[in-house]
Write a protein that binds this ligand. Sequence first.
Ligand code: HEM
Length: 623
Amino acid sequence: MDYNLLLGVHYRAPQHLRSLMSYNRSLRADGLGIVAEEESMEDEISNYPQGLVLVPRGGGDNSSVVGPHIRGSQLRAASATGDEEVNVDLLLPGTASAILLHIHTLKTTTPFMSFISLSQMELSSIQNLLFIFLISLYIFHFFLIRKPKPTQTTGFKFYPFVGTLPDFIQNRHRFLDWSTEVLSLCPTNTAVFRRPGKVHGVITANPLNVEHILKTNFDNYPKGIRFITLLQDFLGQGIFNSDAHLWKVQRKTASYEFNTKSLRNFVLENVTVETQTRLVPIFQKSAKTNRVLDLQDVLERFAFDNICKLAFNVDPGCLGGDGTAGGEFMTAFEEAATLSSGRFMYALPNLYKIKKFFNMGSEKKLMDSIGVVHEFADKIIKSRMEERAEKRDEDLLSRFIGTDDNSAEFLRDIVISFILAGRDTTSSALTWFFWLLSSRLEIQKKILQELETVRTRNAKRTGETYSFDELREMGYLHAAISEAMRLYPPVPVDTKACKDDDVLPDGTIVKKDWFVTYHTYAMGRMESIWGSDCREFKPERWIENGTVKQESPFRYPVFHAGPRMCLGKELAYIQMKSIAASVMERFEIDVLNKDKCPEHLLSLTLRMKGGLPVKVKERYVEA
Ligand code: HEM
């Protein structure tokens, strides 16, 4: 009997899952099979310790096999008999660190499979069993009582009763790519999505719909209760997680800060100082010692120091010393963002509440990390409130502190939102930018040529600080960064809620309380928007008559659009261009494994799973 081997992981399955499907295996007559006989496959498997599942090739046979993941371990076979039978097999092997649930039925033309896996046996506790039980119940009910009807040919596949859930479970670990594939096949690049628990909505990559949601009918598309509730523990009522009056107040207050000329200078000054005194020395040291750096981590630390200085006039020194200070806070912040966004990915939308109630698993971890983040933010607020009477530079926080009716808790929410805005976005953009550049020498060359032209024109030496106007002259660099964000937008999807029934410009009906997601990541991959070379990294598409083209924010909603458009866009470009120029002209960045596309870590922003390991070499050494 032949089988295909699939690796099953929680929601971060390997992106190259498909390639693994080509590993065919035979079972012995007694139902036992050995995996990982070939060395190459052993390597693959050892990368994914969470588990694996065997399913029948071609779906013609009923048998299904479920087993623990251990390399070279034996797998047990279980058969489903009868046309109506659903085979649910749950293994809890004492030594295995995986629980796998495999469901297979004859009634579907393609085998339907669902599984969860957990990396620790200690996590195989009530919440997981409950999850398994509930999902089994759903699917059992659906397969035994109803026959699946053929549904629409494009869009997300609907199954009676469970809607999009089966496909969602199978693909949530690669949600961005899966939903991009689906949207690109839809006539208007828009699809309806339904999951149990009234999670109904529309996902769109259509610029006309985006304009309607973000601008034309803005009032009908707030963040909404679901979004706000899921992120409340982490973001509280900060600007990213509020609507109506609470949002307006913060937007207005923050706008003053962002609109000043002094801000622009302040940003540039801070970026320059941090680059010269921290970033460059770290790179120099790494070049000398040939040490591998995690570029993503370095850039996040940089951005974190920078935003804290800008928003609160505090220097946490995360990039200072050997570049490892503030580790606890950094880790906690990352974990809080990732686990909070993970709440959107539950198969059963309210399951997180049960876990939260019992303070278990990921919810316990989330609460612990939020505790660390709050402690850090509270310290900033406390010290700043004590200094309130003193005359200080007007930074962002002092504008909010100046308003007497803001509680310490609300100020904390503001602090956290701005750290998120400033830390995770520019660092994400630059990390992907450097990875994309690593295998495109001709683009690197063009950027270096442009830097040289700007230096010559302004009589500058390599390594000297660039002014705001000089950064503006760097059109090609600007285009290359914009192009990197087109393919890897730091905020890859953004969700709103529909207040009242509506019809989108492409004719899609949206019901009250549905979510509406615009999919920036997918939009960068739509032929309808960017043409047949949409997946290519091509900065030239941004250049028109020798200058950078202004793109419509509805075709390129990387910075959002309409009344809630990003306040930090200009600041972000100053920061990103300044860092990219200073680093590129001094160092060659050699990305390890550059030909392999890094996996996404879908948090609130698009991060790289496992960071970006690089080696650096100095291009020029000061005399
Ligand atoms: C590459 C860098 C950046 C990108 C791609 C980006 C993107 C975005 C996006 C997509 C939103 C809308 C989010 C939502 O719906 O809640 C947003 C909002 C916002 N961004 Fe940025 N951002 C960047 C950098 C920054 C920086 C450096 C700051 C400031 C320090 C900043 C401040 C804000 C603020 C305050 C909002 C909230 C606007 C509102 O809700 O009214 N952003 N940004």
